[in-house]
Ligand binder design. Sequence first.
Ligand code: PLP
Length: 354
Amino acid sequence: MDRYPCLTIDTVKLAHNTKEVIKLCERKNITAMAVTKLFQGNPKITQLMVDAGIKCIGDARIQNLIRLKDIKAEKVLIRLPMLNEIDLLVEYADISLNSEIETVRAISEYCTEHNKTHKVVLMVDMGDRREGVNEEDLLETAKVMAEFEGVELVGIGVNYGCFGGVIPSKESMTDFMNYAKEIQESLNLKFTHITGGSSLHLHMIWEDILPEGVTHLRIGQSINLGVEDKYGKVIDGLYGDVYRLHAQVIEKKTKPSVPKGQIGIDAFGKVPVFEDKGNIDRLILGIGRQDVILDGLIPENDNIKIIGASSDHMILDITDCKKEYHIGDIISFDMNYSSLLSVFNSEYVYKKYI
Ligand SMILES: *Cc1c(COP(=O)(O)O)cnc(C)c1O
């Protein structure tokens, strides 16, 4: 018997998206690094991507890379390492993205002590104002990091779009590539990992405005959701419905749209506001805010409106819906990134591969 709520993972579509993103990156001789943090480093999904041709995987959490220890691919920790996890980092990741000399010194000390090596990519902040050294400090920092024993400086990296919302431009990426060139020349290094940003870089490939020389892009969103954020649309040739959420109807009633009685606060401390629309046809689904962020949910039928949810109940308005729904029916949803992330983080949502 099928159990709900349930997330379906379409393995055929996911493999297709993976292959298409790899092909797109190959146009510019770029290795697509599959970012696995969306699904908590799920080994089955990651293996599917590796089978589709992925050679390098990245995750922000060391716990996820530990889950992926048996997967044969190069592993990158894409969040700056914490000082408390250096031992795990060296054990379970081949490479990490870094911006602090102090952290790289700690990695170096651990590696020399344990006779190990670790590769380091130096992050530069080109404007998004999240991680990375300032541009004017890049060369000096690279010089120091390149000197450490036990660690190898293998490239520089950049991130856009995640905090400041900055979209990478041709100019900015040209500056970035010039930095890469300058560092390699002045320190006599040959970089293997010049890593641009995320899915937000993919349009630069098909628009042919990405400067030559980027070796890696770190891709999560576009492989999994088929979309990228510059245009906010599904990319041509990719599937936008690899993942779908399904929940079961547990109550069907017609009730007034406004509550009766004095209104205090709801389960999340907010004072709810309701528009008086008379009686409305409602459904309750057996899923709630413990399982999913509501904002990014798109119901299967345009005439279904999500009124809201408490921890365990989601309430729908189906007054305008032509289709009849009954107790036990399943309603399906498409999801954006944050909704999908929340679903993967809910233990209550069954995961089903199709
Ligand atoms: C999450 C993340 C990515 C992947 O971003 P998508 O938008 O999912 O492609 C890339 N780089 C870093 C540093 C990240 O944290």
